[in-house]
Design a protein around this ligand. Structure first.
Ligand code: FAD
Length: 430
């Protein structure tokens, strides 16, 4: 537990050990003077067996976090000569090529989620992680912030950081409903069918359907009205990660049927019916997934604030979004780097740490809200519902070739420098 009598510069409790929380804890553990403890609700660290794709900004955050070596060992890339291709875009109806989005020097950089979590967990010093610790309440006073867990224990620290995902318990403390109203996750209207296919099996299936075998290994997006399918390789190209999306746009605020689970096992037949009439490649892909799972994709509204005095929420807890720009984990990693850099700075201490958390919010809020907003818009664009774009292919192509530039051309180190300026640390050190 974070010791009550810590004589370190600062004690930090992290709630949640997903990709963001673990990367953050690893980065903090390299700084001196910090007492860092992480509390995870599950009985061990775990991630699902699906792929996660990183844009150039996320890969930069991974480098800045000092996790590049571990990442490169397990990361996939687009095969030569398509190294710079993030995705090729095709018509779902006939596989016709529209364009490719290029990410020079990065391409489609992706990993198997569980492998990535394992790789960063391996860097975590022993004694930091505590399992079976489901946070159910957060409180604070002038001296400490305290988390209460479902097992009846509590822990106090100078600050608490909520890295506890979209269903965050810490968020309720930062944004109490009495003061701010409800900020609950809402269904985006989109279901995502997920599956993994052995690469050789998909190559053969594509060929048997008269489609190009190359479509297996080069990352693809197949687009259509209210639907799209994406594929990219993971596990050193052994497997192809597939996500097939369908969106209900019949009402402005679609609601998930009462009591429906967010994630469910469904039949292959259901998925095939959704994509009936689509082209050869789509049929080949979906026929290779006998047991899909269906995810009701939820997101958060843009939150007015991320911090309250000694408590801060980050990652999906603060800005959960739909995955259409492959950006959620990337934002969690950017948060992790920026916050770890500020807290790890010798200038940060018990007296000024609340100002540090406020400075973090100041420099990160606009960007993370924009990523949420544009991720939702991206789903509309891919499914021929983009405002002013629709199914106009020329406009679609122009949008797809440029829409990621602002997101990808960002270095989280700039946010660190901006926060240091807000805090006037550089001036004080001069
Ligand atoms: C279908 C799909 C595809 C996606 N694809 C991509 C992609 O390609 N690229 C990308 O960048 N992002 C992608 N994302 C988004 C990405 O998965 C998330 O943004 C990312 O996992 C957020 O990381 P996090 O650490 O903030 O939260 P999480 O990964 O959700 O981790 C939260 C952790 O906190 C723990 N926890 C929860 N509640 C408590 C509690 N009360 N007490 C203690 N511990 C708790 C959980 O067990 C978990 O370990 C995708 C998401 C979906 C749904």
């Amino acid at each position: 537990m974070v010791s009550e009598s810590s004589n370190q510069r600062l004690s930090i409790g992290i709630i949640g050990g997903g990709i963001g929380g673990v990367a953050f804890a690893v980065a903090l553990s390299r700084s001196t003077g910090l007492d860092v403890q992480l509390f995870e609700s599950a009985s061990q660290f775990s991630e699902i067996g699906a792929g996660v794709s990183f844009g150039p900004n996320a890969v930069r955050a991974i480098q800045r976090l000092g996790l590049e070596k571990a990442y490169r060992r397990i990361a996939d890339a687009s095969p030569a000569p398509f190294e710079d291709v993030w995705f090729e875009w095709r018509r779902g109806s006939d596989d016709g090529y529209l364009t490719a989005t290029l990410a020079p020097g990065c391409g489609q950089s992706s990993v198997h989620r569980a492998d990535f979590l394992d790789a960063i967990v391996a860097q975590l010093p022993t004694g930091i992680a505590h399992f079976g610790k489901r946070c159910i309440e957060v409180t604070q006073d002038d001296e400490r912030a305290t988390a209460r867990f479902a097992d009846g224990t509590t822990v106090s620290a100078d600050i608490l950081i909520g890295f506890d995902g979209i269903k965050s318990a810490v968020r309720e403390h930062v944004l109490p409903a009495e003061a701010y109203g409800e900020f609950a996750p809402f269904w985006s209207g989109t279901y995502a069918y997920r599956g993994m296919i052995p690469t050789a099996q998909l190559e053969d299936a594509l060929e048997a359907r008269g489609a190009d075998r190359r479509l297996a290994l080069v990352p693809q997006m197949y687009l259509g009205t209210d639907r799209h399918i994406l594929t990219f390789p993971v596990k050193q190209s052994e497997l192809i990660n597939v996500v097939a999306f369908i969106t209900d746009r019949s009402t402005p605020n679609p609601r998930l049927p009462e009591g429906e689970e967010w994630v469910q096992a469904v039949t292959q037949q259901e998925m095939l019916e959704v994509f009936e009439g689509w082209g050869a490649a789509s049929q080949a892909i979906l026929e290779c997934i006998p047991e899909p799972t269906r995810w009701a994709l939820h997101e958060l509204p843009e939150l007015p604030r991320y911090h309250r005095d000694r408590v801060l929420i980050v990652g999906d807890a603060a800005h959960a979004l739909v995955p259409h720009q492959g950006a959620g984990a990337g934002q969690a990693l950017e948060d992790a780097h920026v916050l770890a850099s500020l807290l790890g700075d010798e200038a940060c201490n018990r007296q000024n740490v609340q100002r540090v958390l406020a400075a973090f919010e100041t420099v990160r809020h606009a960007r993370t809200c924009k990523v949420q907003r544009t991720s939702h818009e991206a789903g509309n664009v891919y499914e021929y519902a983009g405002v002013g774009i629709g199914d106009d292919e020329a406009k679609l192509i122009e949008n797809l070739e440029t829409r990621f530039d602002w997101l990808w051309n960002h270095d989280p180190e700039e946010d660190v420098a901006s926060a240091q300026q807000v805090l006037e640390w550089e001036a004080a050190r001069a």
